[in-house]
Structures are given as structure tokens and as C-alpha cells.
Design a protein around this ligand. Structure first.
Ligand code: ATP
Length: 545
């Protein structure tokens, strides 16, 4: 990733070139919801298709992939967003899927407790903790300073009289909220004590609308896989070890959606539940953790901004014997901060057992089912036998599960950040100009090749259109004849098109065209008849940086 990328520049480029728009923009937008424009939809589809192709469709169950304990099968699923409410009771989401929020009594604004941060400021013996929700470090400094001065009734020129603690700290580190100045006020003590807030969106099924018909939009796609485990086993010939993959929308009523699409309220997940024998589950965990990291590397996220972080024992859920996050140092985060792209968790038999036997309370006593006043399990499971019988050995067991759970929008955002670059390229008159370019890996680039006639006359458009028509069945191609050719190149650089083909005077004589490489800016001449072969090779080759 170029050090030149900032969130502001990226947002502006994405809007200008049709990657991302705010949802319902003409009505003022809706916080936490984003629409993918013509370029964005191609980019995100390519990310999802690369995942599906690499994890599912292109997987060969006859061979043992490098690092895997054995060969295995992969299959897909596409289940509903709204499911039986019992699913969420047994999964634990109904009781436990919450964040802490605080309200501001003055502004009536609501914040996620752990996302508020601030710094201590002291003046004439009074010490206050000034908080902010600003997303960039510079804005956070400026915002806290401005409001502290206002509170202490000081002018800008007297700013040095305030003593600041250099470090920003998360609000949960401050025990006394009466000295805290909320993110949008200049008065201390307006924030309420933190309260739990369930992140699931609630809706009502059917016309009645009472609590009996309450249901939830899924906050993850994974549970749909667990509840279909038996269906998949009974309707296919898959045998353990095997994985079920699903791509689909998930919804979380995030208290403070932020950082563009990084934390939104409607997003897409790409999840696998991999079912294996308990004894080989650790080896499978390591396999999936490494394989998933390599996937991002192969698509261009290599480098020091990508890392794998194993959770320490204190971070692990009681049922997990291993969890790792794949993280990316997004440019909008503070220095040293990382954002999660994907979590890979060893979930043991927790989920299948919960859906079988009833809700297990992972917080209190994980193995004890909560009982109601009649001594019956409070949230009953399905009662269905979700165990597995090995057809060869006859052994019956509840499979263990490895769950690689990725976010399609976060991956797309990381690829956008990593691809962003600015360099110098000559304009039409040969003068060096700053050029913005998205250096996408060819597999995810929204458009693979653009075709231009140099000028809109002398039969050049006809030849260019013929070439475009030939290439179109092979790749997402783009035809453009409007404006100066230099400007057409720039537009393609800004959407990350790896190759531009130009039909010029020489084409009309010898049938060759120029192919310009987005990254090296080199131009080579290739005969029209050899274009498909040439591009096939170049688009499949590893990215040149
Ligand atoms: P975070 O801690 O950032 O809220 P999480 O640990 O709750 O994430 P998971 O429940 O593990 O996330 O979800 C799996 C993946 O789904 C995440 O790694 C992320 O890529 C994606 N994801 C989760 N929440 C959101 C969101 N609000 N917006 C966009 N993507 C999300």
C-alpha cells in the first residue's frame, strides 16, 4: 500500500469513479449502509468469486492440498436471512450478542462504549477527560483541543496553558464518568453509565406483529450452516472431513458504524464451517489459518500491513482451543492499530451440540443447560441428533468445527486501500503529472482491459469495436472513444484496469495495436489476432509491482 492513501482520498476516488455510494444519498443517507456502484459491484463480485473459486468450486477432493492433514470435500449452501428465532437462542446470540453503549444526556447521541477514546487535560488544578469519535489521529487531536479550550474558556493563543496527557485512551479505562466530556459536548458528566445493547435487528413475520411473531435478521451466516448440517449429510455423499461454504448478507445494528464500509450495519460474509474428527481438529485448524492468510497474500495484500494474530488464552471463548485473526493495518486506523479481516476459530462441538441439546451458557457454566421453572432446559435445542457416524469405522461422534469467517466488504476495502497509489506519468504533451492508480491484482480488477480508438475517425472506431467485441466474452472489457486518449488512460488507471489497448494509424496498416501496462506504463505492439493469447498470459501472471 502506498503511504499516500488516506481515507479522504479513497472515499473521494470511490465516489468519483463509482465504487461506493452512501445508501439513500438523495435523502441524506443512512448511517452504516453503503451501496456498491458500477465499479464497486464488479470489484466485490470478483473478491467473492475468487473466494468461492479457491475455497469451493476449484477445490479437488481427490488430492491433498499443501499443508492439509488429508484430502477433503467442500460444498456450498445458500440459506435464508430470517430463520427460526430458536436458532439465535441456541447459538447464544439472543442473550449474549451485545455491545455496551453510553448515551449523552445533552445531545441525545448514542455511542459504543469501547469506541470512545479521549485524553486527559488539566488547567488550574481541574482535570477532565476529553473524548472524541474523530476517525483520524489529526482530527482527534484538533477536536479534543478545540472543546477543551471551550470548556476552560480559553482562547486558541492560550492553548499552551492546558496540560495534556499525550496518549489517547479508551473510555472504559476511566472509572469516573463525571469528569468525562462527551464526544459532542463541552460539558463534563453528560454520559450515562454503559448499558448492554443487543446487535440483532428485530422484525416481525406475518401480519400479526406481536412478540410471538418476532424474528431477527441474521448477524452471521454461520448458524444457517449448522442447522443444515444433517440436511447436507443426508442429501449428498459428503463424508467427514468436509466443509460447507456460504456467502451472504448479515446484519448488525452497530451502535457506531464507522470507517466507511469497515463497520457497517448491513454487510456480506464469506464463511466456512469445516467438520472434522476431534482428534485431527488441531491440525485442521492450523491448515485453515495458514491457508486463509495465504489467500490474501496471493491476491495482493502481502507485506507488513497484513498479519496473523493468535488469540491469547484470555481472549478465547471457553469452547475454543484456538482462534486467530487475520488483520490489516487500514490507513484510517492509528499507528500500531489493526483491523480484523477474518477470524479463524476452532469451535469444538459447541454449535452442533447447542442445536441438539439446547442453549449452553458459555458465560457461566458452559456445560450446564439452563433450566426453566419446570426443570426443563430453558432454551431447548432442536432435539435432532446432529452426531455423525463414520461409515467405515462405525464410530459415532459430534464433529468438531473449524470456522474461517471473512467479511466480503472488509476484504474489498483492504484491497482498495492496498491498491491505491499515486505516481508520476507524462501527460499528452509529455509533461509529468501526478497520477492516481489502483494497482489491483488482475483477478479482482473490475475491468481487465479497455479498448480505445486513438481518434474517432479514419475507421479506427470500427476496428476498436471489433476488438472489444472479440475480447468481451473472455473478460470484463470496456470501450471508450470520448476525449483525449491520455485522459481515457487516467480514467482506467483510477479504476485499476491492468491493460489498455489503443487502435491507431499503424493498426490500419499492419493490424497491430498498442497495449499499455497500467503499472509499468510500458507500451508494446501486438497483432490484433494475438490479443486473446497475449492477455490470457499477462492477466494470469503474478502481479508486477
Ligand atoms: P469486530 O470485532 O470487528 O466487530 P467480529 O469479531 O465481531 O468483528 P465476526 O463476528 O468474527 O466479527 O465476523 C466475521 C467477519 O465478518 C469479520 O472478520 C469481518 O470481516 C466481518 N464483519 C463483522 N462485523 C462487520 C461489520 N459491522 N461490518 C463489516 N464487516 C463485518
Amino acid at each position: 500500500m502506498s503511504s499516500k492513501v488516506t481515507l479522504e482520498k479513497l472515499v473521494s476516488l470511490c465516489r468519483r469513479r463509482g465504487f461506493l455510494f452512501q445508501s439513500s444519498e438523495i435523502y441524506g443517507g443512512l448511517n452504516g449502509f453503503w451501496d456498491y456502484g458500477p465499479m464497486g459491484v464488479l470489484l466485490k463480485r470478483n473478491v467473492k468469486e475468487a473466494w468461492w473459486q479457491d475455497m469451493v468450486a476449484g477445490h479437488n477432493e481427490l488430492t491433498v492440498p499443501a499443508g492439509a492433514p488429508s484430502a477433503y470435500e467442500m460444498t456450498g449452501l445458500d440459506c435464508t436471512i430470517i430463520m427460526h428465532p430458536q436458532v439465535w437462542k441456541c447459538s447464544g446470540h439472543y442473550d449474549l450478542f451485545h455491545d455496551y453503549m453510553v448515551d449523552c444526556r445533552e445531545t441525545k447521541k448514542r455511542y459504543r462504549y469501547d469506541q470512545i477514546r479521549g485524553r486527559w487535560a488539566a488547567y488550574q488544578g481541574e482535570r477532565v477527560f476529553v473524548t472524541t469519535m474523530a476517525e483520524s489521529p489529526e482530527e482527534a487531536l484538533e477536536d479534543t483541543q478545540r472543546r477543551a479550550l471551550k470548556y476552560f474558556k480559553l482562547r486558541n493563543k492560550d492553548a499552551d496553558e492546558v496540560e495534556w496527557e499525550a496518549e489517547f485512551r479508551p473510555l472504559p479505562e476511566v472509572s469516573d464518568l463525571s469528569v468525562v466530556i462527551g464526544p459532542d459536548t463541552t460539558t463534563p458528566g453528560t454520559l450515562t453509565e454503559p448499558r448492554e445493547f443487543n446487535l440483532m435487528f428485530k422484525t416481525y413475520v406475518g401480519a400479526l406483529g406481536g412478540e410471538e411473531s418476532a424474528a431477527f435478521l441474521r448477524p452471521e451466516t454461520a448458524q444457517g450452516i449448522f442447522v443444515n448440517f444433517k440436511n447436507v449429510l443426508d442429501s449428498t455423499r459428503v463424508r467427514i472431513p468436509f466443509g460447507i461454504a456460504q456467502i451472504g448478507k448479515s446484519f448488525r445494528n452497530e451502535i457506531t458504524p464507522r470507517y466507511y464500509t469497515f463497520r457497517s450495519r448491513e454487510f456480506e460474509q464469506m464463511e466456512i464451517e469445516f467438520f472434522c474428527h476431534p482428534e485431527s481438529s488441531q491440525a485442521w485448524y492450523r491448515y485453515w489459518r495458514d491457508r486463509r492468510l495465504q489467500w490474501y497474500v496471493d491476491l495482493g495484500l502481502a507485506g507488513e500491513r497484513l498479519r496473523l494474530r493468535e488469540h491469547g488464552p484470555e481472549e478465547l471463548s471457553h469452547y475454543s482451543t484456538g482462534t486467530a485473526d487475520i488483520e490489516y493495518a487500514f490507513p484510517f486506523l492509528d499507528e500500531g492499530e489493526w483491523g480484523e479481516l477474518e477470524g479463524i476459530a476452532h469451535r469444538g462441538d459447541f454449535d452442533l451440540r447447542s442445536h441438539m441439546e439446547g442453549k449452553l451458557d458459555p458465560k457461566t457454566n458452559p456445560l450446564e443447560v439452563e433450566l426453566d421453572e419446570h426443570g426443563k432446559p430453558k432454551w431447548r435445542g432442536s432435539g435432532k441428533d446432529l452426531s455423525y457416524r463414520d461409515p467405515v469405522t462405525g464410530e459415532r461422534y459430534i464433529p468438531h468445527v473449524i470456522e474461517p469467517s471473512a467479511g466480503a466488504d472488509r476484504a474489498t476495502l483492504a484491497f482498495l486501500c492496498e491498491a491505491y497509489d499515486e505516481d508520476e506519468a507524462p501527460d499528452e504533451k509529455g509533461k509529468p503529472q501526478v497520477r492516481t492508480v489502483l494497482r489491483f491484482h488482475p483477478r479482482i480488477a473490475p475491468i481487465k482491459v479497455a479498448v480505445f480508438p486513438l481518434v474517432k475517425k479514419d475507421g479506427m472506431p470500427e476496428v476498436a469495436q471489433r476488438i472489444y467485441t472479440t475480447l468481451r466474452p473472455h473478460w470484463s472489457a470496456f470501450y471508450d472513444e470520448k476525449g483525449a486518449v491520455g485522459r481515457r488512460y487516467r480514467r482506467q488507471d483510477e479504476v485499476g484496469t491492468p491493460f489498455c489497448i489503443t487502435v491507431d494509424g499503424q493498426t490500419l496498416q499492419d493490424g497491430t495495436v498498442t497495449i499499455r501496462d497500467r503499472d509499468s506504463l510500458e507500451q508494446v505492439r501486438v497483432h490484433e489476432n494475438e490479443l486473446v493469447a497475449y492477455l490470457s498470459e499477462r492477466l494470469a501472471a503474478p502481479q508486477q509491482r
